[in-house]
Design a protein. Sequence first.
Lengths: 434, 134
Amino acid sequence: MVYLTDDEKRMLQGEAGKIPQICMQYLVEMCEIAGAERLVDLDGTGDMHTPGNVFSAYYSFTLEDLEELAATGAQFKIPTFANKSPFPEEAPIHGWEHCNACYKQDKNCRQDDPAFHDMAMHEEFMRLYRKMGMLTSHSCANYLTMTYLPSIGQHCSWFESSQIPYCNAVLGARTNFDGTFATCFLGKAPYYGMHITENRYGTVLIKTERLIQTDLEWDVYGFAVGEAVACDVPVLTGTAKPTTSQLQKLNSAIHTGGSVAMYHIPGSTPEAPTIEWAFGGRKPKREVLIGERELKQAYETLNFHTTDVVDMVYLGCPHLNIVDLMRLARKLEGKKCRIPLWIMTNPWLYDAAKSMGYVKIFEDAGAYLMSGTCPAAMGAVPEGVRNLAVDSAKQAYYITGCYPDDDNRLQVCYGSTDDCIDAALTGKWHGEWR
Amino acid sequence: MRKIRIRGRCEYPGCVEAEALVSPKPLQGFANVNAERGYTTERNHPLFKVPYKGKVLVFPSPRGSGGFMVYGVGPNKPAAFIHTASSPLNVLCALQAHVPSMTDFERDPMEVIETGDLVLVNADEGYIEITKKD
């Protein structure tokens, strides 16, 4: 049984109009499925995939419905950011003219075709959303550029696997995996899971045999922890203090290997000043060792190749921050890639990178900077690419799912960013686990 | 034939009986499931390319992207979902599928159900009943 306020009941009965009614019906059903007894009023931020007007086969509204709503002056109830580029094509926002991949490998849907790109931006929806207050940031790592982060304890509604633990564990704000038009527009979400303090305490203690400190170690470790704990809340010990880049890797990898919405690093993340605090004063229900064997096993799982000849390199999962772009520019300046190298960032950072000359440095090196999407989101790499090198557990593990057939398999070389740069410059894979 | 009944929590109501398809590993969505073909495309997964249409899909937990909801999309979707651990990913999936879905069982269904067992999913009354294959 879901308890609704009088206002919420009126919305459910349609007194506030068609779209609010659909949103409320959807949220009530979400409460019933999740076992939530009520909705929580959001005071943080929202993040949703666009256009996002079709929630499911049972809940949707049309462009005309939205035009009517926007004409009334209706606004998103909370500051709302657009996740990656619009569905379903997920075209690059910048650099699309260099993107010689076809959406879901359909030759009629070339991402570098201007007409396809125009259609794929879904401006008919985005102009209305902007009028309603949406910030069309189009990234899987919106926290890098939103300049308006939720504060500790604020209730949010975000989407994207890597962003969920970022919001909960790194920022100390509270979100389930539920950012949609319904939650962001109404500013309400089912009250369960990560909104409730009790569910945020650690349940599993993670130990290591080596100090986790390099970017690659954080990525491999994150995947291994995710596989080991599934939906639990791990407390990570035996690590250095992560950098922002390493947090991006940890968050994306831990929610690829598992379904980890929350973790603690005692002494580093905001809800864990100590180990005891992280566990809420209770004993862990189990301890897990992510030792040398487990790390090597994860590294081998993430690699999926029989040849060391690499056809293409992709960097930018999650979308790269400005420091990573600076480091790449410094490493590629004056060099020449032997094979295609795509670098992906957040659209708002693309402009910053361009103004600092990085776009030119990349292009002089034969690489392309793009924004807003990734190969796994587009469902394809360029035709003819049979072996892709990446430095991201998340991208490594998803992209091969787009190529399940034996006569069309894609191989993946997975390693450090430097291994990938070396592959871009030599066309060969020299990476290994150390 | 041996029958085993386990009580659990209803996520999405309904009552259906069908053959079980058990995934020993967590299931992952997004690029690692193909709704048009109706199977998982995750490399090295025990259910790689095994159709789930019309089956009672039994798995320990979901993992990965919000694209997990794709398991509940289209005419090839399973007849019902049974999973040990719950996650908001299951909520998104049940919202898509509108087929009986259950979790939080008094006994882990993964320890009891094998692929090919007949499973009655009575989400309306909060239990599953497994008829073991001989």
